[in-house]
Design a protein around this ligand. Structure first.
Ligand code: ASP
Length: 325
C-alpha cells in the first residue's frame, strides 16, 4: 500500500534517562552519543520514508542502539549479580494491539527481534529464559555466545556495585542511593514510530540493572509498564526505575490518560512521572499519537533522546531544556 508523500510520519527514540552529569560528559563523549542516536534515527527514517511499517522502524532504530556498546541494551548491557547479562525487550503494534516480549535471555544478539518474533510467530505475548532463547534460535535470529555482551566498562561497574553490595539502577548517581558511581552510565533504549499508513508502534530493550538479582525482570519487557501502543491513544516507551514503572503501570497509565481523559501528551507523561515519583522512582517517557504529536518527558537530570520526521532532519537531545523541533 502506498501513501501520498505529504502524509506525516515520525520516529522518536530514547537511550535512557538518569543522572547524566553535564560536567562529566566531555564534548567528544557527547558527540559519540549524539552520533549513535542520529544513526538510530536515520535507520528508522529509511524505513518510514520508504513507506515501511512503524514496527519495522521501531526495530531498525532499536537494533542500532542494541548493537552499540554505549547503551544498556544488547551489546553493552549491564551484568547481574552473578556476572551474567540477562536481556529483556518488548514491542507493541497500535493498530492490532499485538505485542511480544522476552526476559532473561542470554544468547540473542537483538532482543527486540526476539520480542517481535514472539509477537508474529507464536500465540504468546511473552517468553522468558531458555525457552525464549530456544524460540529465537528456531526462528533463525542471530544467536551469539553470551560473551558477546561482555564489555569491560559494564564489568567494572558490576565490580564496584558488588563492593558496595548495592543494587543500583544503571546510570543512577542520585544521592538517595548509597552507591554513587563516577562512571558514564547510560541506559535502556526505546522507540515509538508513526508510519505513512497512520499506524503507531512502540518498543523497548534493556540489560536492566547492574548487580540485579538473577531472574529479575524490569518494566522494559512488561507490556503496559515499559511499552504500550494503541492507535486510539499513543505509543509509549519508558526508561527509569523499573520496579516503580511496573507498579505505576506507567506506559498504560499514560495512554489511558490520553484516551479516556483526553490529556495532551506532555501532561499525560508528566502526570505519570509524578505518580512514579510518589512511589520513589524516576525516569522518562517518549510517546506519540497517530497525528504525529509527540512528547519526550523526564524527571531525571538527563535523557538521551531524538526525533525525526518527513524532512529527514535528525534532532537529538541529552539535557533538559534543549528545544525540540
Ligand atoms: N527500566 C530499566 C529497568 O528497570 C532501567 C532503565 O531504564 O534504565 O530495567
Amino acid at each position: 500500500m502506498t501513501a501520498p508523500d505529504d502524509v506525516p510520519f515520525r520516529l522518536v527514540i530514547h537511550g535512557g534517562a538518569g543522572a547524566i552529569n553535564r560536567s562529566r560528559l566531555t564534548a567528544e563523549r557527547e558527540a559519540v552519543y549524539r552520533q549513535v542516536l542520529t544513526q538510530s534515527l536515520n535507520a528508522g527514517y529509511a524505513v518510514l520514508s520508504g513507506g515501511g511499517s512503524c514496527i519495522d522502524a521501531v526495530i531498525a532504530a532499536i537494533v542500532v542502539m542494541e548493537d552499540s556498546p554505549l547503551f544498556n541494551a544488547g551489546k553493552g548491557s549491564v551484568f547481574n549479580h552473578e556476572g551474567q547479562n540477562e536481556l529483556e525487550a518488548s514491542i507493541m503494534e497500535g493498530a492490532t494491539r499485538l505485542a511480544g516480549a522476552v526476559a532473561g535471555i542470554t544468547t540473542v544478539r537483538n532482543p527486540i527481534r526476539a520480542a517481535h518474533a514472539i509477537m508474529m510467530k507464536s500465540p504468546h505475548a511473552m517468553l522468558i529464559g531458555r525457552g525464549a532463547d530456544t524460540f529465537a534460535a528456531e526462528q533463525g535470529l542471530e544467536i551469539v555466545d553470551p560473551d558477546y555482551f561482555h564489555t569491560p566498562h559494564r564489568w567494572e561497574q558490576l565490580q564496584k556495585a558488588l563492593t558496595k553490595e548495592q543494587v543500583l539502577r544503571d546510570h543512577d548517581a542520585d544521592s538517595n542511593i548509597p552507591f554513587v558511581s563516577t562512571d558514564e552510565k547510560h541506559g535502556t533504549v526505546g522507540a515509538v514510530a508513526l508510519d505513512r499508513h497512520g499506524n503507531i508502534a512502540a518498543g523497548t530493550s534493556t540489560g536492566g540493572l547492574t548487580n540485579k538479582r538473577r531472574g529479575r525482570v524490569g518494566d522494559s519487557s512488561i507490556i503496559g509498564a515499559g511499552t504500550y501502543a494503541d492507535n486510539r491513544s499513543v505509543a509509549v516507551s519508558a526508561t527509569g526505575t523499573g520496579e516503580m514503572f511496573i507498579r505505576a503501570a506507567a506506559a498504560y497509565q499514560t495512554a489511558a490518560q490520553v484516551m479516556m481523559l483526553r490529556k495532551p501528551l506532555r501532561e499525560a507523561a508528566d502526570n505519570t512521572l509524578a505518580e512514579v515519583s510518589k512511589i520513589g522512582g524516576d525516569g522518562g517517557l517518549i510517546l506519540l499519537n497517530v497525528k504525529g504529536d509527540y512528547a519526550m518527558q523526564f524527571n531525571t537530570s538527563g535523557m538521551h533522546r531524538g526525533t525525526i520526521s518527513n524532512d529527514g532532519i535528525a534532532w537529538t537531545g541529552i539535557f533538559p531544556g534543549e528545544p525540540d523541533i
